[in-house]
Design a protein around this ligand. Sequence first.
Ligand SMILES: *Cc1c(COP(=O)(O)O)cnc(C)c1O
Length: 402
Amino acid sequence: MKRTTGQDRSRTRNWRPATRAVRGGTWRSEQGETSEALFLTSGYCYDAAGVAAARFAGEDDGMTYSRLQNPTVQMLEERIALLEGAESCRTQASGMAAMTTALLCQLSAGDHMVSARAAFGSCRWIVDNLLPRFGIETTIVDARDNAAWEAAIQPNTKVFFFETPANPTMDIADLEFICGLAKSHGITSVVDNAFCTPALQRPLEWGADVVAYSATKMMDGQGRVIAGAVAGSAEFINDVLLPFQRNTGPIIAPFNAWVVLKSLETLDLRIRRQSANALKLGEFVQDRVPVILHPWLDSHPQQNLAKKQMDDCGPIFSMVLEGGRAQAHAVLDALELIDISNNIGDSRSLMCHPASTTHHNMGPEGREAAGVYEGMLRINVGLEDPDDLIEDLDRAFASAGL
Ligand SMILES: *Cc1c(COP(=O)(O)O)cnc(C)c1O
């Protein structure tokens, strides 16, 4: 294996984002392949016993076992680190494996964590159910309320955990304020950046310590694989995250890593076009529904903050209908082009009713408190012609009485 220029940090650091997305992290075998190779191997052989010993002693750079290192996986990790502007990155089997690893690797019994109210359903399950079982205390705050973050800090607060924009309420958390507050108290901020990806929002530039991803979403972007990633300082990744990850093993399969690696080459193109389509659809939808939650529209109370920290609106927005679950389901059932699906970031337009799917487990009171209303619909706008999408929505709205 030869490292190409994509592996030489002193050169890649100067590359602009589009170049990093296509070239970053590339290794080439002696075959000189143009496209990155897929290494489906669980182990590695050594030329001599002494080489094996040197590798296990950490005196030789080579690989020993694919739970610990794999060339295809390392190419992906290097490319994500470059896009995020992070010193280091490690990938996991899913977004939830990434969140779990990013939190459990640094929290211990007796610690306290502050977490955002509006969050991906499984993230809330970890905060509400898993961490307390291990003696980790959690406080839930409204992520939009800067004073609430400050008020929630205790002497044993170790971590702030939030996503922005939040799923599915499109709440925006103030990255600069919250991450700055964390820093000044020695608290580690962990930001779930699945909605934006580094193509639209780089939390580390606003002072975040750790960024965690579902790479299943915009990074794959074509609805094929489940994947996750955590990026941060070399010290955090090597000293805090890696001992946990190497020994517990929530690693990504090389095939899935390869799919995401190739997808990163088109991430910026896809997310820019999907954002443009999402803005066009939002402008159509706002005249038809009582409430639209879209960070780029004037009706969003945090539009200025969104525009400060995001480069574009991203593919996702939500709306709330007056007719509750029945009317929301009626819209979904009348769609002909847009699919009923709970995935996001896909190049296909997908729509779902969070209260009966992704946020079903929270129960009615939990949903009400988290702002996930019965009449809420969330849409992921894809790469289709936006006029076809508008026609489909127009027909579905009309048939549901809107
Ligand atoms: C999808 C998602 C996750 C979980 O990722 P998986 O890849 O499905 O495990 C976490 N956070 C957010 C914001 C998500 O959208």
